[in-house]
Ligand binder design. Structure first.
Ligand SMILES: *Cc1c(COP(=O)(O)O)cnc(C)c1O
Length: 401
């Protein structure tokens, strides 16, 4: 029996059984629906992309996987070179892992050990944001701040190694003033906090964070697992403000195979580069650098560049703004739009209960959570399909007066 994610198994509604998928569409036995979630924000090129499928198949003819301990291979070499060239600044050193949560763990371990390697054992704390979501593994939960995901940590009592602040510059300055000598890093989901409720904030906050991190020697980590590859309307938010470490996942492989990467700059890497074995990064997920995943990622990046995706995303944002303009309802607290993300936040979560089925009946797959009804569509969506997604969201409020 399958134990499903984020579900009370006793009361959960039956999931829709998918038998085929192509482009933006998911197919069940008797329905066809636009995936407005992009399978947790990852399937940016849509399903059954012939080129990605082909890249995976061609690699599978050689080998699907070899470990990176003592071995290497062309797809992982090419992908790390591509990422080093494609990512801004000197974000050049790629540590691969099998999921976003693990890649976040790696980034936090890097930041802590960076100081341990220098002999500084006082910098044990992490600065993070309120409403942060960085994954479901333990350290990722600790730096996260969302009771709905992380409440089990209450059993441990107060968090000793993490401080949370809102996305406000005075709070940021106060936190650095007070804790700077104890901080090894500041980790953020830049501009768009996803699972914490599609919360959006201004780039000025990140610019100030960069200044303070420089001033006090604190490493800045961007968790771009969700925001990377164009979701915010920027290729990476790191194009606007340069972090010391960036974490990528979700859309890295176009959503074809689970994989993630933690990319460090030269300063961080040099903190480990030494004749001393104990200064090495002691981490190594079994499936890191998986050859099928790397082949899919290389093709995904190629499609992204070749297909003028940033232009597409700007169009999706413009179209969404136009469709949502002037739309309001007494139950709606706020409508937020950024790049390829739109979120309707309601005051009361009961007001969107039943939306999943409502959307299904209209040919749209949606998975609202808590007070948030949202869409993060595949970038290959056309105007008619996008209009249908947005109309369905609006129609819910009109039909259920
Ligand atoms: C989804 C997500 C993660 C976790 O990635 P997994 O692949 O699910 O482990 C981490 N950080 C952010 C910002 C995410 O959205």
């Amino acid at each position: 029996m399958i134990w499903y994610p984020y579900e009370q198994m006793k009361t959960m509604k039956a999931p829709y059984k998918i038998i085929d998928a192509e482009g933006v569409y998911l197919y069940t036995e008797d329905n066809k629906m636009i995936d407005s979630v992009s399978s947790w924000w990852s399937v940016i090129h849509g399903y059954k992309n012939p080129e990605i499928n082909n890249a995976i198949t061609e690699q599978a003819k050689k080998f699907a996987h070899v470990m990176l301990g003592g071995l290497t291979h062309e797809p992982v070499q090419r992908l790390s070179e591509k990422l080093a060239a494609w990512l801004p600044g000197d974000l050049d050193y790629c540590f691969f892992s099998d999921s976003g949560s693990v890649a976040v763990e790696v980034s936090l371990k890097m930041a802590l050990q960076y100081y341990v390697n220098k002999g500084d054992l006082k910098r044990t704390k992490v600065l993070a944001l309120t409403h942060a979501y960085h994954g479901d593994t333990f350290k990722a939960m600790e730096v996260g701040d969302d009771e709905d995901y992380h409440f089990i940590l209450e059993a441990y009592g107060e968090k000793r190694y993490c401080i949370h602040i809102p996305t406000k510059i005075p709070a940021l300055e106060a936190a650095f003033e007070k804790y700077h000598s104890e901080l090894n890093c500041f980790i953020v989901e830049p501009l768009l906090q996803g699972a914490g409720g599609m919360r959006m904030y201004d780039v000025s906050f990140l610019k100030r964070a960069r200044e303070l991190c420089d001033k006090y020697g604190v490493l800045l980590i961007f968790d771009e697992v969700a925001t990377g590859f164009g979701r915010t309307g920027n290729r990476f938010v790191a194009d606007l403000v340069l972090p010391d470490i960036i974490v990528l996942g979700k859309a890295l492989t176009g959503g074809y195979i689970g994989h993630a990467v933690t990319v460090a700059n030269h300063k961080v890497f040099n903190g480990f580069y030494s004749d001393a074995p104990e200064k090495a990064l002691m981490h190594g997920p079994t499936f890191m650098g998986n050859a099928l995943a790397c082949s899919a990622a290389l093709k995904s990046i190629e499609l992204f560049e070749r297909g003028n995706y940033m232009e597409r995303i700007r169009h999706i944002e413009k179209f969404t703004r136009k469709e949502m303009e002037g739309f309001s309802d007494r139950r709606i607290k706020e409508i937020r739009i950024m790049g390829g993300c739109v979120c309707i936040e309601v005051y009361d979560s009961h007001d969107i209960a039943g939306y999943r089925q409502f959307a299904y009946e209209r040919g749209v797959f949606s998975r609202p959570f808590l007070n948030y009804m949202y869409a993060m569509v595949p970038y290959v969506i056309n105007d008619a399909q996008l209009k249908k997604v947005l109309d369905t969201m609006k129609e819910w409020f009109v039909v259920n007066m």
